[in-house]
Design a protein around this ligand. Structure first.
Ligand code: DWN
Length: 401
């Protein structure tokens, strides 16, 4: 195996999460046959990109995709501000085209459309493309490749802005994606790319965001190397709180590096992202979290406490499988998304019910599996908490609220 950005063979594995089914592989019945895949991460000792040790064919994970950001007000607010910020900053008008790579259900593009900007979505998930087109967001059912970018340019012209939010980490051929951006982007255009940030993953022990869909875990240094390889330059960066901590990088063909970017690079040096010990320490912390969470839940069960889960998320399924938490510890999981209700979690086979079950049953404890929406969910479930119900939150450290 070689590094997906610089081609180096100097890859050092620092954490294995065992084997488990794909994290969005929800089951209609618990006896369905599942394929279990190895899950682990390594770091490249040349460009310091953290990346998966085993790659699954994208079609297995992305043709029918169950993640829809518009189900959370946190994310809809986030996309609204991204669109408004880009329109202001880059003076977008009704003459300009914005293309969103991995456009999902069209939530982000909908906010550009509200300002009369021309839009186009590109996404390989047929189920989401149908939803987006029904909403009036023109979306093509395709993977974004160099070849497809040329086809779009011939049909629609060059894009003033190309966006990719929570996409880069899912892409196997990063070089082909960058070449596609180059083919489609206007010479003065901007590529705006958001991805979870490695320092937050390490600092907040977010090991459950390591899963088969996420092939890469980015810090700024390898990202700069990636775009430089393709004649593009990151000129600015913004820190974001979404998805446990992310960064938004701004890329052009030619531009001055902002002061903020220089400060970020300095910070990464201070945080020793170029030292193996940083990753070995993270691996050790993850094992402690697994031990402490298991001991805690088992103690509660010995006290006859009723425990359920909240948020049937991909990250939640990683945590459940890695920590071997199944129906012996959690009676069920509640989730707001209708197509997950009535299904079972991959690997651990825990039934999923609508959120309203929580107030009906009033279990003693709720293990929050969608900790990235903690504020939103704890606010929503104030009644459950006022009755004495407690949320168990694992990230960044184990606590009850
Ligand atoms: O990279 C990815 C990130 C962006 O999101 C994707 N590969 C997959 C996805 O990961 P995820 O499944 O962990 O996504 P969410 O959106 O963090 O999952 C949250 C889950 O919680 C959803 O199933 C919906 C549920 N939820 C709920 O039941 N009540 C969410 C909210 C806000 C609620 O109030």
């Amino acid at each position: 195996m070689t590094c997906r950005i610089c081609g180096s063979e100097k890859l050092y594995q620092f954490l294995s999460l065992g084997t488990m089914p794909i994290p969005n592989g929800f089951l209609s019945n618990p006896h369905e046959k599942e394929v279990w895949y190895p899950l682990g991460v390594c770091v490249c000792q040349d460009c310091w990109l953290v990346q998966l040790t085993h790659i699954i064919p994208p079609g297995i994970m992305f043709k029918n995709y169950l993640y829809i950001p518009s189900t959370s007000s946190t994310m809809t607010q986030h996309f609204k501000s991204l669109a408004e910020d880009a329109i202001m900053r880059f003076n977008l008008t009704s003459k300009d085209l914005v293309v969103d790579i991995g456009s999902n259900d069209g939530t982000l593009l909908g906010y550009f459309k509200e300002h009369e900007v021309k839009i186009l979505g590109i996404d390989p998930a047929t189920n989401l493309v149908t939803i987006a087109n029904l909403k009036g967001i023109e979306t093509k059912d395709a993977y974004f490749t160099r070849e497809y970018a040329i086809k779009v340019r011939e049909e629609k012209g060059r894009a003033k802005v190309i966006t990719a939010t929570n996409v880069l980490a899912h892409v196997n051929d990063l070089d082909d994606l960058c070449e596609g951006v180059k083919e489609l982007l206007d010479k003065d255009g901007v590529f705006i790319c958001e991805c979870p940030y490695l320092i937050d993953l390490l600092d907040r022990n977010e090991f459950d965001t390591i899963y088969h869909e996420h092939l890469s875990y980015f810090s700024l240094y390898p990202l700069i190397r990636l775009f430089k390889k393709h004649g593009m330059t990151i000129f600015d960066i913004q820190k974001l709180s979404v998805h446990g901590g992310s960064v938004r990088v701004y890329v052009k063909f030619k531009a001055q590096q902002s002061k903020r970017l220089t400060e970020f690079l300095g910070m990464e040096k201070i945080r020793k992202l170029d030292k193996l010990s940083t990753y070995e320490e993270f691996g050790r912390r993850v094992k402690v979290i697994k031990r402490d969470l298991n001991n805690y839940l088992k103690r509660l069960k010995l006290q006859d406490k009723k425990i359920v889960g909240y948020g049937a998320s991909a990250k939640g399924n990683v945590l459940l499988n890695y920590c071997k938490i199944d129906t012996k510890l959690l009676d069920y999981i509640v989730d707001s998304i209708s197509y997950k209700q009535g299904k079972f979690t991959p690997g651990t086979h825990i039934p999923i019910y609508p959120e309203r079950r929580l107030l009906k049953d009033q279990p003693d404890y709720v293990l929050l599996l969608a900790w990235n929406f903690a504020d939103e969910i704890l606010k929503k479930q104030i009644k459950y908490r006022e009755r004495g119900g407690q949320f168990i939150i694992t990230i960044p450290y184990l606590r009850t609220e």
